[in-house]
Design a protein around this ligand. Structure first.
Ligand SMILES: Nc1ncnc2c1ncn2[C@@H]1O[C@H](COP(=O)(O)OP(=O)(O)O)[C@@H](O)[C@H]1O
Ligand SMILES: [Mg+2]
Length: 386
């Protein structure tokens, strides 16, 4: 016996048939891409900007599914998550594989492969809409690549590549805003945080798909929304709470998911970032996060400095018997973790002597993170030895 009728509908990559409270954003984005889809224009760039859990990925994948279902469309859609395909090389290789699975990629630069891809599109007389999800760190770290994607007039052929960039923050875009400099049209669609009522609607809808009739209290849904309030009504967090609470109810052999199950789930689910996402981090990023958790776990400090964190990271590397990375790489990883929204990074106020960079862990429990990361790091080290 289970409270669930279809648990998979609460999994992160499930795309529901409807998108309550986001349909208008979908239509707004469609409006921009309509001429491309119908073959009346060659390319368009659109940006979605919004916090974690505001439905950005959902709307993008919904759009993808919608466009792919159109019979007379003049474009195909390619979805790439830049959090997984981290570097420009991986991204262009994905494009290359898509347009020609047999093309050799070794020995070619990012530029070569990208130009080849554009030429093939031009030759095939067909457009592509590339959805570049979670692309903040590309703007932060690979501005050159972003400029390459944006320089549509200098390539010598007609550009047939449209892009939907998905970002968490405006400030990433400002780091490499070719659109402002180059006078290119910049269409930005902001995804504001959900409010309480909106989140309850969304959770009602998602719960009706996932749970058996009557197997979840309305009070449980309201509790989940309430808890998510602390995290900007992050829908992803709230949905993970529902999933986890259902699993807890099942484990206890109870027939109805109650508010208490939701509260219990709260201790097991870190918001903003799921364990699956965490697995995708590199070994050294995991160790930096581990070091940060160790510093913050005893609860005396809210923040640490980069200097202290780096020292701790070196200790941790020694503990796991892994050679630590150098100073420059350490900094790069700090930027990546920050761009992913896992850690926070800001300059100290003048109170400190000289200004120093403070690192925080905005929405995680350090103690829970420690146990999770310990397992992940050990697994990864064992795998690398095998
Ligand atoms: N309007 C909505 N209707 C139904 N489910 C939603 C809605 N908004 C978000 N979700 C769900 O919440 C979770 C987080 O949404 P997601 O699109 O991944 O957020 P983001 O990409 O902005 O971080 C996903 O499971 C998604 O399906
Ligand atoms: Mg997303």
């Amino acid at each position: 016996m289970s409270v669930f009728k279809n648990k998979t509908t609460l999994m992160p990559d499930y795309i529901p048939p409807e998108i309550p409270h986001r349909h208008e954003k979908f239509l707004e984005i469609m409006e921009y891409f309509k001429p491309i889809i119908e073959g009346d224009a060659y390319f368009e760039h659109v940006f979605i900007i919004g916090n974690t859990g505001t439905g950005k990925t959902l709307v993008a994948r919904y759009l993808e599914r919608y466009i792919q279902s159109l019979k007379n469309r003049r474009v195909d859609v390619i979805y790439i998550n830049a959090r997984f395909e981290r570097i420009p090389g991986n991204i262009v290789r994905k494009l290359l594989r898509w347009i020609n699975p047999f093309a050799p990629d070794r020995g070619y630069s990012v530029e070569d492969i990208y130009m080849y891809f554009l030429e093939m599109l031009y030759k095939n007389n067909r457009g592509v809409l590339l959805i570049l999800d979670d692309s903040d760190h590309l703007f932060e770290k690979y501005a050159e690549f972003i400029y390459k994607l944006g320089r549509v007039h200098e390539i010598g052929i007609i550009n047939r590549l449209s892009i939907l960039f998905i970002l968490r923050s405006n400030s990433s875009l400002n780091k490499a805003d070719l659109w402002a400099i180059g006078g290119l049209r910049k269409n930005v669609v902001y995804f504001e945080d959900y409010g309480y009522e909106e989140l309850v609607d969304i959770l009602d809808y998602r719960a009706s798909q996932a749970f058996k009739n009557g197997a979840i209290d309305e009070g449980s849904i309201e509790t989940a929304a309430d808890i998510a309030a602390t995290y900007n009504y992050n829908a992803r967090y709230a949905i993970e709470l529902l999933l986890k609470a259902g699993m807890i109810a099942d484990k206890k052999g109870e027939k109805i998911v109650t508010a208490e199950h939701i509260r219990l789930a709260r201790f097991e689910v870190p918001p903003s970032f799921t364990y699956e996402d965490m697995k995708a981090l590199t070994l050294h990023e995991k160790m930096i996060l581990y070091a940060l958790s160790e510093i913050l776990a005893n609860g005396e400090k809210s923040f640490t400095t980069t200097g202290e964190l780096e020292r701790k990271y070196r200790e941790v590397a020694k503990y796991f018997e892994v050679t630590p990375v150098g100073h420059t790489w350490f900094w790069k990883m700090i930027d990546t973790l920050n761009a992913f929204g896992i850690i926070s990074k800001r300059l100290s106020s003048k109170k400190f002597r000289g200004r120093t960079t403070l690192i925080g862990l905005p929405s995680f429990s350090a103690t829970i993170l420690l146990t999770k990361l310990q397992e992940m790091i050990e697994d990864e080290i064992i795998k690398s030895i095998e």
